[in-house]
Design a protein around this ligand. Structure first.
Ligand code: EPZ
Length: 419
């Protein structure tokens, strides 16, 4: 198991280029198997979750080939297996997208219960409720979800909770249903829009992605397409926060500034200079110590839960007392015990974390308890005095492409030790 050894503190200077969006990629790859044709997907992040999906869709009969590190050709003409119950599927949360994709194309699917990062109950009831509204039957047998339908029919679906996964999954199935589906209280995240754009290029008729109401007119079949994935909002945010904690001056390239609004506003409130350009943002935190702020996580366009741990690392060294309220995941504070090992002062009660800023963190041995928690440890280590050793790096590798190379190019001192 790999470890990252970080010698801090380091001031980040220079620039970093953001990769394609993980959470778009993990839906777009399953979406590609809905066409009985060939798709070319560009700007894929070179991360473990994409590699797991590559293996998964090969196993169900697609012929996939990496044309280069970031470009995947998917020939779905051979897909003949609606049963995805093997190990790779169990490891990933996003494998639930195979349910919507296969149900749409074959009107049946068997998929292992999704795994992924553990931060409390991660239900799929809204996904299944949507499939049922379209006429599908659902059975959960041990750790396998089975869905099937004689005919998949468009339906009016209201989401009790805003869910990225359920919105995308229902959109996938509804694309090849008969009639019109409307999803109300839909998730508006940039990756929801990206998946809808990809499906539309393949011949789907989806309107309203990015708003509360998505309308999908079912089509008979989809055709192949070439598509370039949007930049990763969360990776971009992670580097913006890393620049801020290090007191650095960093240009974060290849992002969509609009996607960063909620974070940029908080950084400005803390005292960071944030300059926006067409497809890059410059973060300058060289001038002053940053001050405490309050952060509430919410569905897009709110502050993303996937940046909450990284933001906590930054607030741990801000002047004053900050408050974080986590509104999306009930148990997304496991990492705070790790952050405390580095000297952070954090008190968690239920969904609220109160953070009293210290002058500087101190290096220690910590674990990446999940993907974003791992990123938070890396960020904290850039500020910490001395050596920080981060274990369980496999979580970080699931979602960050070459994180140590990108940071080292800007002046960090990070070594990977393979054990
Ligand atoms: C996606 O997970 C992301 N994962 C998560 O990112 C992210 O934290 C989350 O959206 C919220 O933005 C992927 O895109 C692969 P949800 P997802 O359904 O779709 C409740 C990362 O670090 N809910 O939007 O699984 C649920 O309990 C990962 O990159 C139901 O009640 O999240 C939660 O409170 C971690 N029933 C809320 O909705 C359901 O059927 C939002 O979850 C589904 C969800």
């Amino acid at each position: 198991m790999d470890k990252l050894v970080i010698n801090g503190p380091n001031r980040l200077m220079g620039e970093v280029v953001i990769s394609g969006a993980k959470n778009a990629a993990v839906a777009i790859i399953p979406a590609a198997i809905m066409a009985d044709d060939v798709c070319k997907i560009e700007n894929l992040p070179n991360i473990e979750d994409v590699k797991s999906l590559f293996t998964t869709i090969n196993k169900i009969g697609a012929k996939c080939q990496f044309l280069d590190k970031h470009t995947l050709k998917i020939d779905s003409r051979g897909v003949d297996n609606i049963c995805a119950t093997f190990e790779e599927v169990k490891k990933m949360r996003a494998s639930y997208y195979l349910l919507g994709a296969l149900l749409g194309r074959y009107k049946k699917a068997e998929v292992a219960m999704p795994g992924g990062c553990d931060f409390g109950t991660r239900p799929v009831d809204l996904h299944l409720k949507g499939f049922k509204a379209m006429g599908a039957e659902v059975a959960i047998e041990r750790d396998v979800i089975r869905v099937w339908a004689k005919e998949l029919k468009g339906a009016a679906i209201y989401m009790d909770t805003v869910s990225v996964g359920a919105t995308i999954n229902i959109m996938l199935a509804a694309t090849l249903a008969t009639g019109t589906t409307t999803i109300e209280n839909a998730a508006k995240e940039p990756h929801v829009v990206d998946v809808a754009n990809f499906l539309n290029i393949m011949g789907a008729k989806i309107k309203g992605a990015g708003t509360d109401v998505i309308r999908i007119v079912g089509v008979e079949k989809l055709h192949g397409a070439e598509y370039t994935i949007i930049p990763d909002q969360i990776e971009a945010g992670t580097y913006m926060i890393a620049a801020a904690i290090s007191g650095g001056d960093v240009t974060v390239r290849n992002l969509i500034p609009k996607h960063m609004d909620s974070l940029s506003a908080k950084l400005v409130e803390m005292g960071v200079d944030v300059e926006e350009f067409d497809d890059y943002i410059r973060i300058n935190a060289t001038e002053r110590r940053l001050n405490a702020v309050s952060v509430k996580t919410m569905a897009y366009p709110g502050f993303p839960t996937d940046l909450q741990p990284q933001m906590a690392a930054l607030l741990a060294v801000a002047e004053g007392t900050s408050k974080i309220t986590e509104n999306v995941w009930e148990k997304r504070y496991q990492y705070t015990d790790e952050l405390k090992r580095l000297g952070a002062q954090i008190n968690v009660e239920g969904r609220v974390a109160i953070i009293t800023g210290v002058n500087q963190l101190t290096g220690a041995k910590v674990d990446a308890t999940d993907l974003r928690a791992g990123a938070a440890m890396v960020i904290a280590a850039l500020n910490a005095n001395g050596e920080t050793i981060i274990g369980d790096v496999k979580y970080i590798d699931r979602g960050y492409e070459e994180i140590e190379d990108k940071l080292n190019q800007m002046g960090a001192d990070i070594k990977r030790i393979s054990m």
